[in-house]
Design a protein around this ligand. Structure first.
Ligand code: NAD
Length: 295
């Protein structure tokens, strides 16, 4: 038994340098998580402001850790030094594992993934943090789809233990093993799932959000619904607050993709408050107003 274990270990490549594309809510969180668990990480965006925000969010989390006595000044400096912000693709050439976390748009992701493939080493692994887009569809933009899979973190990355690893039809076992190893190194719990609309978590979550929207259209009060789910049903947060955390734009777009993917389980409705908020640019916590207002 132990011999088999050793062999499996030898076959699995450990990433010495990670890279994250996109320094937003998720990309910034993934970069922090990689750095704090000891794997240096390149954080690439197209926008210097996003890079600055990504770094300052990491500093904020570390600062809170210091207040609670869990992080000392050395750990803080080491972690921040392990994140290299950049606007250049060329810096990806030494990365072993690249995680794409740009906007939830298949066209943009296709272009970015191809650009990544053109800039990384032949044996580098490429993942997407997409919430809803088919991994098989995204794999079509790559010359070597066997080195590609989904690596889906949850928000906020530093607090949520789960990572869904999504196997596309062409993903190799070697790729899955390496991404499982990288997930464990980041202190997270991996589950491997096949490609399907919403993977595991969002397949459960989005019909629930659709049920919530229908309740509101029928006249329910979102604060009351949140209260019931939190205080009586025992969930850590209700659907309105969760949608604000996810981001109304991301949530609205993901709901469209999910309704197209599992029409027998959910449909988009006219007057969905999530779509109305999106039109009004009430994007949730990211811009300070969604279902709730954030000072
Ligand atoms: P976000 O809007 O906070 O950040 C996206 C970032 O991507 C921005 O900083 C933007 O400048 C950058 N970007 C856009 N085009 C780029 C390019 N060509 N190259 C590099 N950077 C580029 O979005 P987010 O909420 O972090 O979502 C990112 C991805 O993670 C999406 O696929 C989303 O579905 C997924 N996701 C989101 C959540 C969530 O709760 N928000 C949870 C899990 C997964």
């Amino acid at each position: 038994k132990s011999k088999g274990k050793k062999q499996a270990k030898a076959a699995t490549k450990q990433s010495k340098l990670n890279a994250v594309l996109g320094a937003g809510i998720m990309g910034g969180g993934i970069a922090y998580q990689s750095a704090v668990k000891g794997t240096p990480v390149i954080m690439k965006d197209i926008n210097q402001g996003a890079l600055d925000l990504g770094l300052s969010e990491a500093a904020k989390i570390l600062g809170k850790g210091m207040q609670r006595g869990k992080v000392d000044a050395t750990k803080m400096a080491q972690t921040l030094n392990a994140i290299t912000p950049t606007l250049e693709y060329s810096t990806l050439k030494d990365a072993d594992l690249v995680i794409e976390a740009v906007v939830e748009n298949p066209k943009v992701k296709g272009i970015v993934l191809k650009e990544v493939e053109d800039n990384v080493a032949d044996d580098a692994i490429i993942c997407s943090n997409t919430s809803t887009i088919s991994i098989n569809q995204l794999a079509e933009s790559l010359d070597k789809p066997e080195r590609f899979c989904g690596m889906h973190f949850f928000n906020p990355v530093h607090r949520m233990p789960l990572v869904e690893i999504i196997r596309g039809e062409k993903t190799s076992e070697e790729t899955i093993n390496a991404v499982v190893a990288a997930t464990l190194k980041m202190g997270k719990t991996p589950i491997v799932v096949n490609d399907c609309p919403g993977f595991l978590v969002n397949r459960v979550l989005f019909p629930y959000f659709a049920g919530f929207s229908k309740l509101l259209i029928d006249g329910a009060d979102f604060v009351a619904v949140d209260k019931v789910m939190e205080k009586i049903f025992g969930w850590p947060m209700g659907p309105a607050y969760l949608m604000d955390v996810v981001g109304i734009d991301t949530g609205d777009h993901a709901a469209d993709v999910m309704a197209a993917g599992i029409p027998e389980r959910m449909a988009r409705l006219d007057n969905d408050p999530v779509t109305l908020f999106y039109k009004e640019q009430r994007l949730g916590q990211k811009n300070g107003k969604g279902f709730y207002n954030y000072g």
